[in-house]
Design a protein around this ligand. Structure first.
Ligand SMILES: *Cc1c(COP(=O)(O)O)cnc(C)c1O
Length: 973
């Protein structure tokens, strides 16, 4: 009798951990090969020889087991369903908007855009930098200011950055910032948080009298909202002269849509203008992510925070974009930095700029006029029903006075019952904000809420005939804007689609090749993780809507916090910080608040090793701490003798020590537990920068080995895509006694115990949290740990295979006498080539572009090196493709070393090669054209062409030019 194989059971056919193998690129078979190369019998043996036994996790993370993609989506959909989407008339900086479908699908939901990295490598980032130059131009023209950067984190932090920009730019020596009380509440809250550690005072003027009195006093700057949060449009022109006479700065928080109709701040000599671009196509998102903007006068441009895209030229003399003034960025200026902003809001900024490209100046103006007219009609109707408005001027927001607070409450509840959220601005005051999505039907429904029994309802038709917008005649804008061709060319959908596609074709993102950027963790951003972010139940929630309409978000927040606590070993966590830098800042505020609560406010010294990421010292400075840099030893570890000496020297005033673990040198330092104990002994707290959590999840927990506070970068370890430079999420995690010092948010209903809001929205970049939730849910505890181990395996495989060509600079001391190992990234030492043949790490970075790769992290944390972080998501084939490219480049370097090619005339120095340069008739180089463009045969089948040659950094900084220039693609020849 033949034996028939037993058919598989149902349980065996149900593979709930199926996603794990989709996320981790390395198969079991590949793993064995990689371990052989490294010289380790098993993955467990490899990890045991790398993660110090003293900190290795003994318990499994308390995170549920993996489920399939479909099951995770179902579970999240049920949670999303607990949010209730009402029509929002709340305003207060967040408005309804129609995301044009072509932008939704081809940018927000397109990996070519959302998986790109920050455009540090200019030659492979021309597309997104053009979009960002469009953003800067749009902001400059709408505000009538000469300079704008490419995105701030939110309007409130942009206002805080404007405060410090003003403080360091004006002559006034005052420490007072006068703030109009009619600014958005969340802006005032964040300003107060940011001002306190810097010793600045926020003076709020709650009435016209208080404003006038305050302006007569002493201050370094004033801030007014235009139009105000209650909707009034003030003529600020006379005040500007008063402020300037005091050698102080005038800051305006302005609504970009309103500015299409209002005299822009630049025309009345404002110094700094900030605001959000949310209503240019980004949904409400429960508060974020949205791009904020900052524009300033020309004299301030070199001390403006954030990233600025500039126009330079490439080596062939063609215009090319690049990030300007990079040497001035916070990671170089360190403790002298004035801002810590690193990850910003690039993807939302691209959406906003495309919204302007799509609608053009006439389209934007039409949208604004319609909103303004609907608002005027609404006002008439409400007045007809007997309500008093607090102001005769308005763009989109009306504030009305009810008879009593009780009546306001009743009306608000009645509106909710008919599916509409109004804003209860103050006791008996209600505010109503209209937007692009408002309709005639909405007006009728609003009137029916406000009408008393028996009153005749007004109608739009009856009121519109003689209604006119409520914009004061003297404040109507007469100047034009957005005259550049880019805002006047792509108004057909075909044209728009092709414009978006043309730009993304210029760029190299994760949808084409691995992006092995050390410290940045460019791993898979799975499609199933991305799908929920545009579900209306998540996207269309206003951050200040009643809490019972945000139950789904509350559950998401609670679950994600619990899982992240399990992953880090901490007791409490806040998801409010909307970038790693903001998490650092919030964490240091917690430490500061804790010391103050014990009567030890004098503890302000913060020790930071020299290898730290630049945001660390910048955040400490912003938190009012004094940074003292400690040394690293020859093997890249924190120099414990130096640290001990400095702890002793500053024992009485020690606030914190900030370390990164595993270190930015890519190694697990074995003495981390001692280090933490030492700091605690001296009364300080330990901040562990969690950007490298991709080496720790499941293997070791900072909250267990002695850390007191960490931030995570959900846009690194937890799969939120980099978006070309944001959005991110930077949760701050703390041990039990610091939990009371997590950030609050009074305007958003989060109680504060002394540490106020750090972001405009209570849940920060809430709408991208589903990405990390999905990742954790589909991986489960075991899958997450496996991912960490695979990431460490991949880094060690690359380090081993490249060791003879490019030695790894730092490795941990080996426990078994074999060569040491790295953590999840390795620093390749290229420094000796400078002497041997003049080749720099930058040349290798540019040459990799010809091979179709994005360079590893260049010159951080060690100058003239490349830091490679492959992550767990790459396949062995892709790792080998990268390794082979690096080896081929090493062979090219050898040709320069032997003198076969001159030091200044070889494929490395001429990299990257554009198509135009290799077909140029005047080719006079000592190597073949073919080698320039196709150094490997395989590139003939699939070739990525950089569209510009090497970009000239110096030229761009000397000629700082940051708005659109007419460029070739608009020419029809
Ligand atoms: C990325 C990074 C940061 C900053 O995080 P952002 O989200 O960019 O603000 C801080 N420290 C380290 C080590 C990092 O790699």
């Amino acid at each position: 009798m033949p034996v028939t194989a037993q058919p598989p059971s149902l349980a065996a056919l149900e593979n709930s951990s199926e996603f794990i193998a989709r996320h981790i690129g390395i198969t079991a078979e590949d793993e064995q090969h990689m371990l052989d190369v490294i010289g380790k019998p098993s993955r467990a043996a490899l990890i045991d020889s790398i993660v110090p036994a003293s900190i290795a996790r003994s318990t499994r993370m308390d995170i549920p087991d993996a489920v399939t993609e479909a099951a995770a989506l179902d579970e999240l959909k049920a949670m999303a369903g607990k949010n209730r989407v009402l029509k929002s008339f709340i305003g207060q900086g967040y408005y309804g908007t129609h995301t044009p479908g072509v932008i939704l699908r081809n940018i927000l939901e397109n990996p070519a855009w959302y998986t790109a990295y920050t455009p540090y490598q200019a030659e492979i980032s021309q597309g997104r930098m053009e979009a960002l130059v469009n953003f800067q131009t749009m902001v400059c023209e709408l505000t009538a200011m000469p300079m704008a950067n490419a995105s701030m984190l939110d309007e409130a932090t942009a206002a805080a950055e404007a405060m410090t920009l003003a403080k360091r730019s004006v002559r006034s020596k005052s420490h007072v910032l006068v703030v109009a009380g009619d600014c958005h509440a969340q802006t005032i809250e964040v300003l107060q948080t940011r001002a306190a550690p810097l010793g600045l005072e926020i003076k709020i003027a709650n009435s016209a009298q208080e404003w006038a009195a305050a302006l007569a006093g002493d201050y370094f700057a004033v801030l007014a909202q235009y139009p105000s949060t209650s909707g009034r449009i003030d003529d600020l022109r006379a005040d500007v002269a008063t402020v300037h006479a005091k050698q102080a700065a005038f800051i305006v928080a302005a609504d970009l849509l309103a500015l299409t109709l209002l005299v822009p701040p630049g025309e009345f000599d404002a110094d700094i203008v900030v605001g959000t671009t949310q209503r240019f196509g980004m949904p409400l998102c429960n508060g974020g992510p949205h791009a904020a903007y900052m524009a300033c006068r020309d004299e301030y441009k070199r001390s403006m925070p954030g990233r600025l895209v500039g126009v330079s030229v490439d080596v062939h003399g063609n215009p090319a974009y690049r990030l300007a003034l990079q040497t001035r960025e916070q990671h170089i200026r360190r403790e002298k930095a004035t801002s810590n902003i690193c990850t910003a809001q690039v993807l939302p900024a691209v959406v906003a700029s495309m919204y302007a490209v799509y609608h053009g100046p006439q389209g934007l103006k039409r949208i604004a006029q319609r909103v303004a007219l609907l608002t005027a009609i609404l006002a008439r109707g409400l007045q007809g029903l007997g309500y008093t408005l607090t102001s005769s001027s308005a763009f989109d927001t009306l504030t009305l006075r009810c008879a009593t607070a009780a009546q306001a409450q009743t009306l608000q509840a009645k509106a909710v019952a008919s599916g509409m959220n109004l804003r209860r601005s103050w006791e008996q005051y209600l505010s109503i904000s209209l937007d692009e999505t408002s309709t005639r039907e909405d007006l009728a429904q609003l009137w029916s809420v406000f009408a008393q029994a028996g009153q005749t309802l007004p109608t739009v038709d009856a009121l519109q005939t003689d209604a006119a917008p409520l914009i004061p005649a003297e404040l109507q804008r007469s100047s034009g804007f957005l005259s550049h061709p880019v805002f006047n060319s792509h108004h057909s959908e075909t044209g728009m689609l092709r414009y978006i596609r043309m730009l993304s074709d210029k760029d190299l993102a994760l949808d084409r090749s691995m992006i092995p950027l050390g410290s940045c963790t460019m791993k898979l951003n799975a499609t199933s993780e991305m799908i929920p972010i545009t579900w209306p139940e998540f996207a269309n929630i206003h951050p200040f809507c009643p809490a019972d309409q945000r139950q789904g978000y509350a559950e998401l927040d609670a679950q994600l916090r619990a899982w992240l606590c399990a992953a880090t070993g901490y007791a409490g966590i806040s998801l409010q910080p909307n970038a790693g830098s903001q998490g650092e800042y919030a964490g240091l505020l917690a430490i500061r608040g804790w010391h103050a609560s014990r009567g030890e406010s004098h503890r302000t010294i913060c020790l930071i090793p020299s290898s730290a990421h630049g945001t660390n010292p910048a955040s400490a400075t912003m938190a009012g701490m004094q940074v003292i840099v400690t040394a690293c030893d020859a093997s890249g570890n924190v120099d414990m003798n130096d640290l001990r000496a400095k702890c002793e020297q500053h024992s009485a005033n020690l606030a914190a020590v900030m370390i990164t673990y595993p270190s930015t040198h890519g190694v697990f330092e074995t003495q981390v537990k001692e280090l933490c104990a030492l700091v605690h002994q001296h009364g300080g707290r330990v901040y562990v920068d969690g950007a490298n959590m991709n080496a720790l999840v499941g293997t070791a927990a900072p909250g267990e080995f002695g850390g007191d506070v960490s931030h995570l970068n959900l846009h690194k370890t937890f799969c939120i895509p980099h978006g070309g430079g944001g959005p991110g999420v930077g949760p701050v995690c703390v041990v039990a006694d610091l939990v009371p010092f997590l950030p609050g948010h009074v305007a958003g209903g989060v109680p504060s115990h002394g540490v106020g809001a750090v972001s405009a929205a209570p849940l920060g970049n809430a709408a991208v949290l589903p990405i990390s939730w999905m990742y954790i849910r589909m991986m489960g505890s075991d899958g997450l740990k496996h991912a960490t181990e695979a990431a460490i395996l991949a880094a060690n495989y690359i380090s081993a295979r490249l060791s003879s060509a490019y030695p790894t600079l730092y490795a941990s001391a080996s426990t078994d006498g074999r060569p040491g190992h790295v953590a999840h990234e390795c620093i390749l030492d290229l420094r000796h080539f400078k002497e041997s043949c003049g080749v720099m790490a930058e040349d290798v970075a540019k040459r990799l572009m010809d091979y179709g790769f994005h360079a590893p992290t260049l010159s951080f944390p060690v100058p003239n090196t490349l830091m490679v972080e492959p992550t767990e998501s790459e396949t062995l084939a892709e790792l080998d493709r990268f390794i082979n490219a690096m080896l081929a480049i090493r062979a090219e370097i050898a040709q320069v070393e032997t003198g076969a090619w001159p030091q200044d005339n070889n494929p490395l120095k001429h990299a990257p090669h554009t198509a135009a340069c290799v077909v140029d008739a005047a080719w006079e180089r000592p190597y073949a054209r073919e080698l320039g463009a196709f150094p490997l045969q395989s590139l003939k089948a699939v070739k990525y062409w950089p569209t510009v040659g090497r970009v000239d950094n110096v030229y761009g900084d000397r000629n700082l030019f940051c708005s659109c220039v007419p460029i070739a693609q608009y020419s029809t020849t």
